[in-house]
Design a protein. Structure first.
Lengths: 136, 384
């Protein structure tokens, strides 16, 4: 009975995660699978992605930085870089071109993880982030 | 008896050209009315083209063959006019016939030199991307000289018309509205009845028209050109290639993608080649940020920046900033260039801190054409 329940939950989670990424194209699904394999987990969490997006961190340069520093607290809004350049919304619901090119996604994750966290992001952080951005 | 002399197209042409010329003259100072001014220039050129065609297709008074007379009749007319007793002509007299042709050529030259100026100096208009900044500058000198000449010709033309009306009492100004003139007998009959001091109505008419003209001119002065340039249709500026040929700059996708990912797409025409080399060599510490680019992408962007650097660009901004760099070491910050500083010194520091601007490096906040290499004065709009 207990095994049956957990199997059902696992199946439901798989269904949810498969459904959650249905907006992504084939190449992007490949990237997600890569992250899943690297992280050793079956499904990412949009909730964790949301928290990750908002987490503020003290940079070694002495200023607080987070994803929302440039992208604003709501990824559906337009953002602005520190020099004033307007950034189109991150959320895929507002900007169909977001999260369609794995190369571009990886490049920007690399650059911006370094900028905020001064390290590369973990596969789980990346997967959660993309899930959040494609479901909000 | 009234004779139909000036057909409707000829009269319309005359007054439309007067309006276009007056409007262009009134809007000729400063960049504020530049778009308005250039539109009127195109209109004037179009009118001249029409008049040339009408010179073959119009009625007998409008056709060139009707009023361009030989040297003998011109000399004879001028001689009698100098004695204040010229013979009366229904259409253009032999002297003014050639003046008409001269004025048409003059207006066309003004318009064409204006289009060259607009293309060379502002990279706008019909010949955008064809002429260099220097060619535009030279054309502007010619444009201004020709325009001064035109003012002199217009004054002479108006004086001649007043001479015909107030001394010869011909009513030729009225005929340019109604199109009709008195035949010889009616004219002689009317003139014989007018005591020399009695023509008050003509004077009043002159005053009324003068007031109308002044009011019209003042109205034009307060008319602001509406709307901004359509930047999407604006071509990139010219650059000189390795062989010395000018060609329209081609935008590089990697430059747009990589550089404009974080800040404005700073146009290659805004820094010298030395400066761009310095920037590309220093990407490890790019104004405090670390920039990592694939070697191939980095090389491609570097090549692009050098191919259109300020030395090679024909824009006004490039020429002036290069001039300000003379003898100085390479700057990697555009806002450190002396020309940039001089141009922006009157702007309050608070303006750059506004939420809508954020920093000095956000060119597009005030120069909507910045990413196309366009910084024209009349496009500037400082946001609140």
């Amino acid at each position: 009975m207990k095994r049956g329940l957990s199997a059902m939950i696992a199946l439901a989670a798989l269904f949810v995660s498969a459904n959650a990424y249905s907006a992504l194209n084939q190449e992007m699904n490949g990237l997600i699978e890569k992250f899943q394999k690297e992280a050793g987990i079956k499904a990412f969490s949009a909730e964790d992605g949301k928290k990750f997006f908002a987490t503020k961190r003290m940079h070694s340069k002495g200023e607080e930085r987070s994803c929302s520093t440039c992208h604003t607290a709501d990824p559906r809004q337009k953002g602005k870089t520190v020099v004033g350049k307007v950034i189109e919304p991150m959320a895929q619901s507002m900007n169909k071109e977001r999260f369609t090119d794995p190369k571009k996604v990886e490049k920007w994750l690399k650059r911006n993880c370094e900028w905020v966290l001064e390290r590369e992001c973990t596969p789980k952080e990346k997967g959660d982030f993309i899930l959040y951005m494609t479901t909000i | 008896m009234k004779v139909h002399v000036w057909d409707i197209p000829t009269r319309l042409f005359h007054w439309l050209l007067v309006s276009a010329f007056a409007g262009a003259f009134l809007s000729s100072h400063g960049d504020r009315f530049l778009e308005f001014h250039t539109s009127l220039g195109y209109i004037a050129l179009g009118l001249v083209v029409f008049r040339v065609l009408w010179g073959f297709a119009g009625n007998r008074f409008a056709r060139f063959s009707g009023f361009l007379k030989g040297w003998q009749s011109v000399r004879g007319y001028v001689a009698s006019a100098a004695r204040l007793h010229p013979p009366r002509f229904l259409g253009h007299n032999p002297a003014v016939g050639w003046v008409v042709l001269f004025m048409l050529a003059m207006v066309a030259s003004i318009a064409i030199s204006g289009i060259v100026t607009y293309g060379g100096e502002e990279n706008r208009g019909f010949w955008a991307g064809v002429f260099s900044f220097e060619a535009g500058y030279n054309a502007r000198v010619a444009h201004a000289l020709l325009a001064d000449l035109a003012i002199a010709v217009v004054v002479a033309h108006v004086c001649a018309a007043l001479f015909h009306d107030f001394l010869l009492r011909e009513n030729i100004i009225l005929s340019m509205f109604t199109g009709t003139k008195e035949d010889e007998d009616t004219y002689a009959e009317r003139v014989s009845h007018i005591p020399p001091h009695h023509d008050v109505r003509s004077v009043l008419r002159l005053i009324v028209w003068g007031v109308v003209a002044v009011m019209g001119g003042l109205a034009l002065l307060y008319l602001r050109p509406a709307g901004r340039t359509d930047f999407l249709r604006m071509p990139q500026p010219n650059v000189v290639d390795d062989k010395g040929f000018a060609s329209v700059m081609k935008v590089n996708a990697a430059w747009m993608e990589e550089c404009a990912g974080c800040h404005n797409a700073f146009h290659p025409t805004l820094l010298s080649a030395d400066s761009w080399k310095k920037v590309m060599m220093g990407l490890n510490d790019h104004f405090g940020e670390i920039v990592t680019l694939d070697a191939a992408v980095s090389e491609e962007i570097g090549r692009f920046l050098l191919s259109a650097s300020a030395e090679r660009s024909t824009t006004e901004a490039s020429r002036k900033l290069m001039r300000s760099l003379r003898g100085l070491p390479a700057f990697d910050r555009i806002t450190d260039v002396p020309y940039w500083k001089a141009k922006h010194e009157d702007i309050d520091i608070e303006v750059f801190k506004r939420k809508s601007v954020v920093s000095r490096s956000n060119c597009v906040a005030c120069h909507p054409g910045a990413e196309l290499g366009s910084f024209e004065d009349h496009d500037i709009a400082i946001p609140e």
